[in-house]
Design a protein around this ligand. Structure first.
Ligand code: ARG
Length: 568
């Protein structure tokens, strides 16, 4: 249910009726304390400045024009000129009853459907996938789910790094192993890279061959291309293993690798030249931007292209071939300057129309408990697969002594949902721009803002229904303060998702779920459901509120890519 826009409209109409003209942004916000009502409008204070009038007077002029019939039960002027707004209980009861069996828990589909590319994951094929790509994969997949659920047309793009000088060395080494029939080495890519590098550093002959192979791939030599494709397949296969463990929906079809854009690169240079944006500097072709001391190099003096050139081609392709309205790049915050630059260049060169929204969904670094970038005990990079396996093992440890598991298959399934859910939720629940402290204990706790807290609440509601075990027909009647707050929270789901999708902030959803579950726990403590002495209508109403809470948790977690289970 979209509540905020309805309230904003009511305020706007009231302003009109009160003959108060305004160019300001008229919007309500969530009240910060229950005694301030459900929503607050603080526009009277802003208006007071331009109108040179007393803000409380303006506020009381506005509330005189507000009808308290359906949506709103009460409005009040408070403090320096705030307007406090209460939502009506019969309205809540009616709207909640309407969505009891709604699969979308009351969330509509957007009217202005957009085509959105979400560029995420983007591992480099010449390296093992590392924790930085974990964040991109988790956040990106959530945003893709969110946009899709809201009704947008989503095109996931996995911009894998499959091009560059390192591949000469890697395929030359692959060829050697194949000659020796020794391919099992590729089980462990990390080791493969290390061994290839050792070989490269030791043997001049190998080094020359590696260099020769770089040129050959670029020239399209079929033998080298074949080896290169084989190597990419193996490397991508390792990434797919991670995706599948994570339950991430990226597939081969979503891969549009750096190499895909190679044929378009000369055109990027030509376009920039035609627009008069290209400057030669020491033989390299560059674009100079104001506010930046270092130019963006798009072609090196030896003719080679760069990461930025490929991304410019990507922008051109997405805007003109995929015809998108928005491109969301889910990439490490350390690339902020790069994206600022290529967005500016692409728009200035008319490679991307002005109305296409380009955004860098930046995220911070993953840190260990001591605040250092995440590493293994011996200082190496942590392999993603190992990390995910450990999550599931630890989840199993956390829950194995509970008596809910009839067999070990059950336990495995639940441990997987909890372990993977914990890793994802921990990542999504902080503001993505912050660095993120990785802590097993914190992410696998039953209390606090964790996946397990939400999954546990869901399982608890499922157990209420197992005990109740009867048809559930009737309606929701909101009858006290806790039910009011819980019911309103459920209806705020749509506003929350819309807000999260504006600038791509998943933590807006997790904060919401945390508030929802915390409210539910209070409600559940104070409003008994299965006791004998409760009248039938009250019982049904409370059961239905619980059911809606469970549906909302489930849908919310589903958007975050996290599974629920019926028993924990
Ligand atoms: N491969 C890049 C890296 O590991 C990420 C790619 C992000 N996407 C993009 N279009 N630049 O840093």
């Amino acid at each position: 249910m979209k509540i905020k826009s309805q309230l904003n409209q009511i305020i706007k109409d009231a302003l009109d009726s009160a003959n108060i003209e305004t160019k300001e942004d008229i919007s309500v916000s969530d009240a910060t304390k229950p005694e301030f009502g459900d929503y607050q409008f603080n526009g009277a204070m802003k208006l007071a400045r331009t109108l040179r009038r007393n803000p409380r007077e303006i506020a009381s002029d506005i509330i005189k024009e507000i009808n308290t019939t359906t949506l709103i039960s009460k409005v009040e002027v408070a403090g320096a000129g705030f307007i406090n707004i209460w939502i009506d209980n019969s309205w809540l009861s009616k709207e909640l009853t309407k969505i009891i069996d709604d699969k979308r828990v009351g969330v509509g589909v957007v009217a202005d459907k957009k085509r959105i590319v979400v560029d995420y994951s983007g591992p480099n094929m010449a390296k093992q996938m590392h924790v930085g790509h974990l964040r991109s994969t988790i956040i990106g997949d959530t945003l893709a789910n969110l946009f899709r659920f809201l009704g947008h047309d989503v095109i996931p793009q996995n911009h894998i790094g499959d091009w560059g000088t390192q591949f000469g060395m890697l395929i030359a080494y692959l060829e050697e192993l194949e000659e020796d029939n020794n391919r099992q080495n590729l089980q462990d890519l990390e080791q493969f890279y290390k061994d290839a590098k050792v070989r490269f550093d030791k043997s001049q002959k190998f080094k020359d061959k590696a260099r020769e192979y770089v040129v050959k791939i670029q020239q399209g030599d079929s033998h080298c291309l074949k080896l290169w494709r084989e190597f990419i397949d193996i490397s991508l296969g390792h990434c797919e293993e991670v995706y599948s463990k994570l339950g991430v929906k990226l597939t081969k079809d979503d891969v549009r690798a750096e190499s895909f854009y190679n044929p378009m690169l000369p055109k990027v240079i030509d376009t920039l030249k035609d627009r008069g944006m290209l400057v030669e500097s020491n033989g390299a072709k560059c674009v100079f931007l104001e506010n930046s001391n270092t130019p963006v190099i798009v072609q090196k003096s030896d003719g080679g292209y760069l990461y930025a050139t490929t991304d410019l081609a990507g922008l051109w392709f997405r805007a003109n071939e995929l015809k998108v309205d928005r491109v969301s790049y889910v990439v490490d915050a350390r690339q902020s300057e790069h994206f600022k630059q290529i967005f500016t260049i692409a728009k200035r060169a008319n490679m991307v129309p002005d109305n296409v929204k380009l955004e860098h969904i930046a995220f911070g670094t993953m840190m260990d408990k001591s605040g250092r970038p995440f590493k293994t005990r011996d200082g190496g990079t942590v392999k993603l697969i190992d990390l995910l396996d450990e999550a599931v093992l630890r989840a199993k440890e956390t829950i194995k002594d509970r008596d809910s598991y009839s067999d070990s298959k059950d336990l495995d399934r639940v441990a997987k949902a909890i372990g993977i859910g914990a890793v994802k939720y921990a990542d999504l629940s902080i503001n993505r721009e912050s660095n993120y402290l990785f802590s097993w204990d914190k992410m696998l706790s039953f209390d606090g803002n964790t996946a397990l807290y939400m999954q546990y609440a869901y399982a608890r509601i499922a157990s209420i229904f197992r005990k109740y075990n009867q048809e559930l027909n009737g309606k929701i009647v909101i009858s006290d303060e806790l039910e009011h707050r819980l019911g309103l929270m459920i209806l705020k789901f749509e506003d929350t998702l819309l807000k999260a999708s504006e600038d791509g902030y998943p933590h807006i959803i997790t904060s919401y779920l945390y508030d929802l579950v915390t409210l539910f726990m209070k409600f559940y403590e104070n409003n008994p459901i299965l006791k004998d002495n409760i009248d039938r209508d009250t019982q049904i109403s409370r059961l239905l509120l619980s059911k809606l809470t469970a549906n909302t948790i489930k849908k919310g977690l589903e958007i975050l890519g996290i599974e629920v289970v019926d028993k924990i």
